[in-house]
Every structure is written in structure tokens, then in C-alpha cells.
Design a protein around this ligand. Sequence first.
Ligand code: SF4
Ligand code: SF4
Length: 64
Amino acid sequence: MAYKIIASQCTGCGACEFECPNEAISENENVFAIDPDKCTECEGYFDSPQCVSVCPVDETCVLL
Ligand code: SF4
Ligand code: SF4
């Protein structure tokens, strides 16, 4: 399982990019996306998914 960013809701603030312990989040022309092959749901690093925790827009980072 992996998290996904709903592109239409993402404001491009960039807050999530540097919080990801797996460097799974990247930006391309102000659109942020999660590489599902790198996302581990933050397991082993944090009790909750950091992209969800820091994202200012509710339900923008969601489980695939
Ligand atoms: S859930 Fe964790 S590992 Fe997955 S993209 Fe978000 S911050 Fe990165
Ligand atoms: S924290 Fe949320 S709004 Fe900001 S870039 Fe990441 S997904 Fe988009």
C-alpha cells in the first residue's frame, strides 16, 4: 500500500516533500506526486503518515 496525492487538491506548497523519510515525494512543474514504489506509509519511521500530517489541505494525501 502507498499514499497518493490528489493533484487537483494539491496547492503545491511543498510542505510534504521534505518530510517524507523515503524521499518518495517529488515535484514536477509545481505538481507533487508520490512514487508508490518508495512509499512505505512511513512504517518504521513515524506512527502516522507524515505527508498527511503536514498537508494543509484535508484529504489530499490518501491511501491508494
Ligand atoms: S506516507 Fe510517508 S513514506 Fe509515504 S509518501 Fe507519505 S511521507 Fe512518504
Ligand atoms: S503538503 Fe499537501 S498541498 Fe502541499 S505539496 Fe504536499 S500534497 Fe500538496
